[in-house]
Unconditional design. Structure first.
Length: 510
């Protein structure tokens, strides 16, 4: 291809497009936590049993986690803009159904539909950024904004969920998605102009779709069930065995078929593989902490839902600062691993502070600085990780590479919630047993002390997980700093062909 073609001007509307992509991403991330605060109210209103209440969360997680790879491939096949708009419209309709739910079946069904359309929307959003922003400095800014939203949106969801639940009612935690989706879809339709020639029109790998979806659903369900039924439960064990068999079959299938759903070249690159693995581990630690801090602040400290949401603001501030002011500014100057490795370590230090929680711990002395460090470290690490996960990949694989980022986070979230919650419950039970004498004198105090002891025990595990994530980032990720052309200089990954393809994606000119 000629140099003239390589130097085509980028789409002048790309920054406007980023605003609508970011809005859609915020909606998806908000939805992951906003429903949690409203769940007790929805359970009472619809008569959902304690045994079934987990399906409000699980139905979404199974559909979203199981179909992400399929959604990424559809984005490559249909076109990212079309998939993005369809995902938004479908998500809005599913949210309307959830808000209008008259029984538990309607609510569970709406959550599953939200997961289906979210699986279309999320990889399409990230892959649009990957093909629209190819200049290294612009890419750093765009992914800095995206990374801040991806990292901090969950905490914003806690604030918004608490506000809507207290001032209106639980149904508005669903209805609030509708204006987000309408604005983002309208803006995307009129503003986004996807670069031509970047679709992958190969036939759909149906066996790969079935095996990956069933395998990921089994994996997510196994961890979700372990949280409520225990790790030795027959169905829990069976789910993990099925997940292993299905995912191994998926890998073997992808190595043989002509047009694989997930080309192994996407994950075998050491940089992208390192990003997927370290991000997944970091999210395990983060999701567990969200759960523990929410319960600690509301149950132990007596915070209201709104006050609990605002108590997470230091983490949001840290994430935004780390992502936009540190990660985005340094990403074009230093290799990604020098941001990811130390970033995860700073987050581990913040988590370490939170192991000091007690029944009467001062928010200002322990929780606030811990959250600031955690947010700062995560924001600094997430930003280059998000960019590197799709950097240098062939344009036709941008959707599925983006889907892998979301998949690693979704599976990490499911693992984090189940694993750390199980550890916390075991530690709390052991503490209560060994301090039974105190229970006879003050049973309520023992209950709170046991709960906090369980939280801190699990947070110690989260510290270790973040240290491992840092080590993986420093070991596997060896890409040099991005050059002005948007390539990853000094990479030893052997992905030169993919980098060249990315640079040569035709970009819409003025």
């Amino acid at each position: 291809m000629s140099k003239t073609a390589d130097l085509r001007l980028p789409d002048p509307s790309r920054w406007k497009a980023l605003a609508f992509i970011a809005l859609a991403q915020l909606m998806v991330v908000l939805d992951a936590t906003i429903v949690n605060i409203a769940l007790p109210h929805a359970q009472t209103a619809l008569g959902i049993t304690d045994a079934n209440k987990q399906w409000v969360i699980t139905a979404y997680a199974l559909a979203f986690g199981g179909l992400l790879l399929f959604g990424g491939r559809i984005a490559d096949l249909w076109g990212r803009k079309r998939t993005f708009v369809v995902g938004l419209i479908g998500f809005a309709l599913a949210s309307a159904l959830g808000g209008a739910a008259q029984n538990q079946g309607m609510l569970f069904g709406s959550r599953a539909l939200q997961g289906v359309f979210g699986a279309l929307l999320a990889p399409a959003a990230l892959s649009l950024l990957a093909v629209m922003f190819t200049d290294a400095k612009e890419r750093a800014k765009a992914f800095g904004i995206y990374g801040a939203i991806a990292g901090g949106g969950g905490a914003v969801g806690l604030i918004l969920g608490g506000f809507l639940t207290q001032t209106l009612n639980w149904r508005w935690t669903f209805f609030v998605n509708i204006p987000f989706a309408i604005v983002a879809a309208a803006g995307a339709y009129f503003v986004i102009r996807e670069p031509a020639g970047s679709r992958n029109r190969s036939p759909l790998d149906v066996p790969g779709v079935v095996l990956s979806a069933l395998g990921l659903v089994s994996l997510v369900y196994g961890f979700t069930r372990a949280e409520s039924a225990g790790w030795s439960d027959a169905l829990t064990v069976g789910s993990f065995v099925a997940a292993g068999v299905l995912l191994l079959s998926f890998v073997l299938t992808e190595a043989k078929v002509k047009s694989p759903l997930l080309p192994l070249r996407v994950v075998m690159d050491r940089n992208r593989g390192g990003v997927y693995l370290s991000l997944g581990l970091a999210v395990i630690a983060m999701f567990g902490l969200f759960l523990f801090l929410t319960y600690y602040l509301q149950v132990v400290q007596g915070y209201s839902p709104i006050k609990t949401g605002f108590a997470f603001m230091p983490m949001i501030a840290g994430m935004i600062t780390g992502s936009t002011q540190i990660g985005a500014r340094l990403m074009t100057r230093v290799p990604a691993r020098t941001l990811m490795g130390p970033g995860f370590l700073v987050a581990a230090v913040g988590m370490l502070l939170l192991t000091q929680l007690d029944v009467d711990t001062s928010y200002a002395a322990v929780i606030l600085p811990g959250q600031l460090l955690l947010g700062l470290g995560m924001g600094t690490a997430f930003m280059p990780a998000m960019s590197l996960a799709t950097h240098g990949v062939e344009a036709r694989d941008a959707g599925v590479a983006s889907a892998m980022v979301n998949t690693s986070q979704q599976v990490g979230g499911a693992i984090g919630t189940a694993l750390l919650n199980t550890i916390a419950a075991s530690a709390a039970t052991a503490y209560a047993t060994s301090h039974a004498a105190l229970g006879a004198e003050n049973p309520e105090l023992l209950k709170l002390q046991s709960m906090v002891h369980g939280f801190t025990g699990a947070i110690w595990w989260a510290v270790g997980i973040l240290v491992v994530a840092s080590a993986i980032a420093l070991t596997f990720v060896n890409a040099g700093r991005p050059t002005s052309a948007g390539t990853s200089g000094g990479s030893a990954s052997g992905d030169a062909e993919g980098v060249e393809d990315e640079i040569r994606v035709p970009v819409v000119a003025h």
